[in-house]
Unconditional design. Structure first.
Length: 171
């Protein structure tokens, strides 16, 4: 099975295939690498599938924007996303004390992932304002991203959530 970095040579895109379904896909030309779906219509919990694995994203509290990530069959989370103040990104806390930082800058419309050593790993670039579509660019190879490809879909989840809150409408 190819890794995410091997697919990154191709054009990686995050899209919503149908406007009527809460399903999102990370694709290359003709291949779906990851999917994110919401099992219930009004649920904030999501399921990410790809690379032979399934992960669940869930909010531990209605009052916080933090997320917990667990494997489908497990009860306890193995990773967390902690939001920064004012919603300007946050930190993925991974097993073994590893971290990946998510940076969001509203005025420049920047969404990027950085290693703990401040090396840019992935950037997300909006393709169109009218369609739900983003170009995903792997800037630097990372073993952490290879082991945790679900992080890309969590960033998209956070972007969709921010978009819903700013417009006041469901996407």
């Amino acid at each position: 099975m190819k890794t995410l970095t091997q697919y990154s040579i191709d054009n990686l895109q995050l899209i919503q295939p149908s406007l009527w379904k809460r399903e999102y896909q990370l694709r290359t030309a003709g291949t779906v690498l990851l999917t994110m779906t919401y099992p219930k219509f009004f649920s904030s919990n999501a399921i990410v599938e790809g690379f032979g694995e399934t992960w669940e994203l869930q909010k531990p509290s209605f009052w916080k924007s933090d997320l917990e990530i667990k494997k489908k069959e497990n009860q306890l989370p193995f990773a967390k996303f902690k939001t920064e103040k004012l919603g300007r990104g946050g930190t993925f806390e991974l097993p073994n004390g590893e971290r990946i930082e998510y940076v969001f800058k509203i005025w420049k419309s920047i969404n990027e992932l950085y290693s703990h050593q401040k090396v840019k790993l992935i950037s997300f670039q909006r393709v169109s304002w009218w369609k739900t579509s983003l170009r995903v660019v792997v800037e630097h190879e990372s073993e952490l991203i290879e082991k945790n490809p679900w992080i890309i879909m969590v960033v998209y989840y956070l972007m969709q959530e921010r978009r819903q809150h700013s417009s006041g409408a469901a996407v």
